[in-house]
Design a protein around this ligand. Structure first.
Ligand code: ZN
Ligand code: ZN
Length: 175
């Protein structure tokens, strides 16, 4: 049986991702495992001018080395991600592909000078991870209020949506 692999890519912070693994397994009804990859090189995707990391290049690294039975592969990092046309991204995924990446960097209250809140951070990470995996199922941004596929520009947008797919998006996941 193929598997959703979750790849921790830490620079400074380290989080136990078991809560995320079990949630993803439950939502997507697939086996999910934490997979430590030695092939991710953050230094090579760092942009010193922007002081950020190129998320598309991390996706390429994830795709170039993953277990044979990979169904999806999702990187989880603490570094600040960007794509060239945007000032930052919470995450990125291949539409109809197998790879996604999500960052906790801007999901952490600490980034906004607010008191840390582990529970809130976990909720935000779950939503963004499910959102990016949704893109790998071919889902685009959804306008149905509360759907996890709503696009999020600010962290407040993430807090406003749920971690659930609306019925239309859900049917695409279940095929
Ligand atoms: Zn999106
Ligand atoms: Zn939806």
């Amino acid at each position: 049986m193929s598997c959703i692999y979750i790849v921790p890519i830490w620079r400074e912070e380290k989080y136990n991702l078991e809560f995320l693994r079990s949630k993803i397994s439950e939502i997507f009804r697939k086996k999910a495992q934490i997979y430590e990859s030695k092939k991710i090189n953050l230094d090579s995707v760092y942009n010193p001018t922007r002081k950020q990391y190129n998320s598309s290049q991390i996706l390429i690294q994830l795709l170039s080395n993953h277990p044979r039975d990979t169904f999806r592969i999702l990187g989880v990092t603490d570094v600040d991600l960007f794509i060239p046309i945007l000032t930052f991204v919470f995450g990125e995924a291949q539409l109809n592909g197998i790879a996604g990446i999500v960052s906790v960097h801007r999901l952490n209250n600490k980034f906004y000078g607010l008191p840390e809140n582990e529970e809130l951070l976990r909720k935000r990470l779950i939503k963004e991870a499910i959102h990016e995996l949704g893109h790998t199922y071919g889902l685009v941004h959804c306008l149905t209020p509360g759907c996890v596929m709503n696009s999020s520009t600010y962290v407040e947008d993430i807090d406003e949506k749920s971690d659930q797919f609306c019925s239309t998006c859900f049917s695409a996941i279940r095929g």
